[in-house]
Design a protein around this ligand. Structure first.
Ligand code: ACO
Length: 353
């Protein structure tokens, strides 16, 4: 958020507090990328038996972006990363860790993070992926934050990116209306910082959970070691998302609220201290229910679901970046994040910008 002076190309020296192992991970810059191709609800009316009115009313989504053929998760992640680095006033060579949250890497191996590292021209820092589906960004933020807190790393890129539209059955109206593609990024720094009221800035707390008994509620059965790609898996449409929408809906409301409370408790805060809620954009009705249960005023709930749909791991960092660049989220504002996705995995975070 603040422009920092460019650091030397070599790895930056650890700030004093980070060396003592007490650093807090602060967001120095945000970035996002949305592919230009728009698919509206009207376009979907021509593909499946649905209507603009049904989709808008049941989900709040009006249009979504699709990555064209040849555009990958790491392509989008690299663009988002460069925007975040630019806002932070840093160069790619300043990074000492790259974590990418995705369940749609460019290929089974290597990681999308390795590809992002190469595309942005970062040095040979560790780079790896984290897969927690729509909750991926909170998981990746938590892992990155732990590296900074322990003083092991000082300039960390966290990317959330997914191209789930490439794994949608465009004849299944229950899933193909929901998702869009995109990527978002944050650059975290270990600098000691306080806001104008002398409160600490950065990631104040996070909370993570997974309940593997709920795997059948949302998954892609084919393409992995259970069903390696073959003519039979393609014929059986095993490479597409399968979802029990009502089950996910129910767990999303309950667990976005519980993750929010867990993160708030850990930060020693209540919703009264929160300026903005930046929750995963899955369904406007889920967000409305979460706002009611948290007691959050509707105008504090950030949302872009009407324009982008559910972008999975990219959802929170894209919304964060849009809100920062629009001047809504300002330095010192406290943001409550929460997300839920396949696994089922969910998490929350409290971040002071
Ligand atoms: N257009 C028109 N009718 C539809 C459509 C559609 N696109 N999709 C389903 N319907 C029909 C159903 O067939 C059903 O018809 P029937 O009563 O004749 O059988 C009727 O609408 C109601 O179906 P429901 O599944 O009960 O609809 P619901 O109100 O639950 O909405 C939805 C479905 C939008 C999928 C909702 O359950 C949802 O959003 N769930 C959360 C899923 C989600 O967000 N997944 C993303 C990944 S996880 C995450 O990000 C949190």
């Amino acid at each position: 958020m603040h422009a920092h002076g460019s650091s030397p190309a070599s790895r930056p020296a650890a700030p004093p507090r980070a060396q003592a192992g007490l650093a807090r991970a602060r967001i120095l810059g945000t970035g996002a990328f949305l592919p230009p191709f728009v698919r509206t609800n009207r376009d979907l009316e021509r593909l499946v038996d649905t209507s603009d009115a049904w989709i808008t009313e049941r989900t709040g989504i009006r249009e979504r972006r699709l990555a064209p053929e040849g555009t990958t998760t790491s392509d989008m992640g690299a663009i988002a990363a460069l925007a975040a680095l630019d806002m932070a006033g840093l160069r790619a060579t300043d990074l000492d860790l790259i974590v990418v949250a995705t369940v749609t890497p460019d290929m089974p191996m290597p990681s999308a993070a390795a590809l992002v590292q190469h595309k942005i021209g970062a040095g040979p820092c560790p780079a790896f992926d984290i897969g927690a589906a729509c909750a991926g960004f909170i998981f990746a933020l938590t892992v990155a934050e732990q590296f900074i807190r322990t003083g092991k790393r000082h300039r960390v890129l966290v990317v959330g990116g997914d191209t789930l539209t490439k794994f949608l059955d465009w004849t299944d109206r229950k899933t193909c209306i929901l998702f869009g593609d995109g990527a978002g990024a944050v650059v975290l720094g270990s600098d000691v910082a306080v806001d104008a009221q002398d409160r600490p800035r950065g990631v104040l707390s996070t909370s993570l959970s997974t309940d593997g008994s709920l795997v059948p509620a949302l998954y892609i059965p084919g393409g992995g070691s259970a069903h390696p790609p073959s003519a039979a898996t393609v014929e059986g449409r095993l490479h597409f998302i399968r979802m029990n929408g009502q089950e996910i809906f129910k767990h999303a409301i309950k667990n976005l609220v519980s993750a929010s409370h867990a993160a708030l408790d850990d930060a020693g805060m209540t919703t009264a201290g929160i300026d903005w809620v930046c929750a995963h954009q899955a369904n406007k009705r889920i967000l409305d229910q979460v706002a009611i249960r948290l007691g959050t005023a509707p105008d504090r709930m950030l949302s872009n679901i009407d324009r982008v749909g559910n972008t999975s791991s990219a959802s929170i960092p894209i919304l964060l970046d849009e809100s920062v660049r629009a001047g809504k989220i300002k330095d010192g504002d406290t943001v409550l994040m929460s997300a839920l996705g396949a696994g089922v995995s969910w998490g929350g975070a409290v971040v002071r910008m």
